[in-house]
Design a binder for this molecule. Structure first.
Ligand SMILES: [Zn+2]
Length: 112
């Protein structure tokens, strides 16, 4: 019974632990501003990866974080075409060889 009284004494205190001693996840307010000038805040865990962009709840535009987080730069690399990817795996000579093989196959099929 003594133990219970002790625990009860802590109720209403400023402790950020629950009775099992687990700390509540800390939260943060992350501000965003969209191109239309709408500003809003999103509450997220401090451990969360804060996204640089968030969809504006008012107009649906991409709102940028006001805390200075920059969106990842993806446009650095030129877009790779299927042809580029193919060339990374095979040399042109190999491709020509493969093409020839295919052509021969098609021809032999047509023949019958
Ligand atoms: Zn907006």
């Amino acid at each position: 019974m003594a133990e219970r009284t002790l625990r009860g004494a802590r109720l209403g205190g400023q402790s950020f632990e629950d009775e099992r001693g687990i700390e509540f996840a800390a939260r943060q307010q992350v501000g965003y501003a969209c191109p239309q000038g709408h500003e809003f805040e999103i509450t997220m865990s401090v451990e969360a990866d804060v996204p640089a962009l968030w969809e504006c709840p008012r107009c649906g535009a991409e709102a940028l974080s006001t805390s200075g987080i920059q969106p990842e730069v993806k446009a650095e690399k030129p877009a790779r075409t299927h042809w580029d990817m193919l060339l990374e795996r095979r040399s042109k000579e190999e491709l020509e060889e493969l093409l020839q093989e295919r052509m021969d196959l098609i021809k032999s099929r047509r023949r019958g």
